[in-house]
Write a protein of this length. Structure first.
Length: 215
């Protein structure tokens, strides 16, 4: 087994990540919310949550309206079920904060989504199918995220749905968010996994030395 390990060592999936601003630029075009179909509204909310809180797809699909708390400047979700990163003595809550730009505000988008789906939804889970109005599974959330990447012009032959997590935490850290806040948001107990598997430079940051100095 040691020989197999050295012959074919595990490889890191991504050596760089996509530029978050590209996806945000696309999402900002999906506004005003009242003009969007339920399909596009669903895509936008899923992507905004994936960017604003860096959750796994399993965490997104577990969001439940019965465990949602609305405050003045944020929305909190608790989880009655076990998540992939659940551990003894630790309680994780997902926090979605208000953002002044309404076209990119996850809180504003979520409240509108809940209002639009209130009369047709057949599940208390936050995300429901825009076709059957029933709860969706993790693979559906992943497909929606991959579709958003494709619509925004990101190469989905390279980047999959889980790349949202790495792109989000990398962008936050590169723009000055403290490491402590990054770890708390993504629910990591240490920075080991963050640095090894998720923290990457954006592909848009690949500039020449002269450009970096002179720009």
């Amino acid at each position: 087994m040691k020989g197999i390990f050295y012959k074919s060592p595990p490889k890191i999936k991504y050596s760089f990540t996509w530029d978050v601003s590209v996806v945000l630029k696309y999402l900002s075009t999906l506004f005003p919310l009242e003009s969007l179909s339920l399909k596009l509204l669903t895509f936008k909310l899923t992507a905004l949550i994936a960017l604003a809180a860096a959750p796994r797809a399993q965490t997104i699909v577990s969001l439940d309206l019965d465990f949602m708390t609305i405050a003045e400047k944020c929305i909190m979700f608790d989880f009655p079920c076990l998540l992939k990163n659940s551990r003894r003595g630790h309680q994780f809550s997902l926090k979605l904060e208000h953002f002044d730009n309404e076209s990119l505000c996850v809180m504003h988008t979520l409240l509108h989504y809940v209002k639009v789906t209130s009369s047709s939804r057949l599940s208390k889970k936050l995300f429901i199918s825009y076709v059957t109005y029933k709860a969706v599974c993790t693979s559906t959330i992943a497909r929606w995220l991959r579709t958003v990447l494709d619509l925004a012009g990101i190469d989905i032959g390279v980047f999959k749905a889980h790349s949202f997590r790495g792109a989000s935490v990398s962008a936050a850290y590169n723009k000055g968010c403290s490491l402590k806040r990054v770890l708390e948001t993504a629910d990591w107990s240490s920075d080991k996994n963050f640095r090894k598997y998720y923290y990457r430079q954006s592909v848009s940051k690949e500039v020449t030395f002269a450009e970096a100095v002179l720009s």
